[in-house]
Ligand binder design. Structure first.
Ligand code: ZN
Length: 471
């Protein structure tokens, strides 16, 4: 007798019939995403206008006069598209925003399938659409549009207003996209609750899926140091040159263990996880955490420290190092750029104090500090109707699901909403593909061989369709 295996996650999804693979809506979603990937919106330069215009035509071709599109250019070529679906009773019903970004990061490296070809490739369990932006995050724009127009085709009209926002420049901080819109066209992007990228991933515990309820602050910081220059043939003492001063600072930074802070957001995440109460207790013990993560990471073959430590500490990454122009000249200058991500409540003062402590006052005082970005951590609460709707609908599709709120290590455009007091969640549910390991999945965004499965594409359509249906 054949051994019975437990149904896979994919088999346990309750997708609506109209969103099963091979249905008209599925084909529309695949074709729309392919078109979006094929328009190269690598940022920089972005040039999102080409895709914004194509999508505006796509919307117009659907043939609904009451649906309007607006394209806003923050500067030539840097365009965001806003699709407005007016509600029938907007006064008494909350408005919802469905946001994604049009730009993608550069497609460097060697790809198995070319990054802008949008090849559709069958794997063992699923079919994947390959290309830059497939996962981050063009698929979400496609998903929002297909969900909305499937509803309209069925004769549905929302009571509250729906906005679909496909924005520029997220990959460079959103300054020419959502930040610009928030500062210049606020009424056009304003909604009561916004769903965006940044969450929805399946964790390796039971049926846990994360929902992004906050994101860490960003403090980009340049340090410049001066030293003795001169001819390469007659070097001055090493310690007096800019490069070696900077290397000394970097060596101290490498040894620095940022202070661990078991903050309320982290506690909420740990408390929500489907792990034993004993493990939950251990994960909240500051003294044990580093050792525990190393051990658990070895067992699970995932670098857990890299994922969890940023949730309980301000992180510092050296992303740039420059010095010198010529082979035979010792440069009097050296500079580094640090990408610093902070926990709730931390500001520029906290950051500068941390760096001073890390590299020591003597070196710190010799450096010139240039702050290029100061964005504090933002969070959204979960005890409200919006969150409950998201949770209820996710459960309709995936009955066993357990939502885990979390403070994202990375940054999205949600912050521009939260800063202005609106609700914003990073969420579009996705399951772990049977064809990919966790390590592969973690490595897909901003990397070679980015791709998305048809299952996750359709799961996204189904989820957003059901959310829009209650607006
Ligand atoms: Zn993204």
């Amino acid at each position: 007798m054949a051994k019975k295996t437990a149904p896979s996650q994919r088999e346990r999804l309750h997708l609506l019939d109209q969103f099963k693979p091979g249905t008209p809506a599925a084909n529309i979603a695949v074709n729309l995403l392919r078109m979006m990937i094929q328009v190269d919106t690598t940022n920089p330069p972005g040039n999102e206008i080409v895709l914004a215009r194509k999508l505006a035509v796509w919307v117009k071709d659907q043939g609904y006069d009451f649906v309007t599109t607006k394209i806003f250019e923050s500067e030539p070529g840097r365009a965001s598209l806003i699709v407005d679906i007016p509600g029938t009773e907007p006064a008494g019903h909350p408005s919802w925003g469905f946001m994604s970004h049009l730009d993608v990061v550069p497609a460097e490296g060697t790809w198995t399938h070319p990054p802008f070809a949008a090849d559709v490739v069958k794997d063992e369990h699923d079919t994947f659409i390959w290309g830059r932006g497939a996962m981050d995050i063009k698929y979400m724009g496609a998903v929002h549009l297909v969900a909305a127009f499937t509803l309209l085709k069925e004769g549905f009209r929302p009571k509250g207003n729906i906005k679909i926002l496909l924005c520029a420049d997220e990959e460079q901080g959103g300054h020419k996209g959502v930040e610009w819109l928030a500062n210049n066209q606020f009424e056009d992007i304003k909604v009561d609750c916004c769903l965006n990228e940044g969450g929805g991933f399946k964790l390796p515990f039971k049926d846990d899926i994360v929902i992004q309820t906050g994101e860490k602050g960003i403090f980009w910081t340049k340090f410049k140091v001066h030293g003795k220059g001169g001819h390469g043939s007659m070097p001055p003492p090493y310690d007096t040159t800019a490069v070696y001063k900077m290397v000394a600072a970097l060596n101290r930074l490498k040894k620095y263990n940022a202070k661990l802070i078991i903050n309320p957001e982290y506690k909420a995440t740990i408390n929500a996880l489907s792990i034993s109460p004993f493990l939950k207790g251990l994960f909240k013990r500051k003294m044990l955490l580093r050792g525990l993560l190393k051990l658990a990471g070895k067992i699970e073959h995932v670098n857990l420290s890299q994922i969890v430590l940023p949730l309980v500490s301000d992180s510092i990454a050296v992303t740039n190092f420059h010095s010198g122009m010529k082979e035979n000249s010792i440069s009097p200058d050296a500079e580094i750029i640090l990408d610093i991500r902070t926990l709730p409540g931390h500001d520029r003062e906290t950051v500068n104090a941390m760096i001073r402590q890390a590299i020591g006052a003597k070196l710190f005082d010799q450096m010139e500090l240039v702050a290029s970005d100061n964005q504090k951590c933002t969070t959204t609460t979960i005890d409200n109707d919006y969150y409950h709707i998201i949770e209820k609908i996710t459960r309709e599709i995936y009955p066993a699901v357990n939502l885990v709120p979390f403070l994202s290590q990375g940054s999205t455009d949600c912050k521009y909403y939260r800063e202005r007091g609106m609700f914003a969640y990073g969420f579009c549910p996705a399951i772990k593909d049977d064809d990919l390991t966790y390590d592969q999945l973690l490595g897909l965004a901003h990397n070679v061989d980015e791709r998305i499965s048809i299952t996750n594409l359709l799961l996204g359509v189904d989820f957003n369709y059901r959310v829009m249906k209650q607006v």
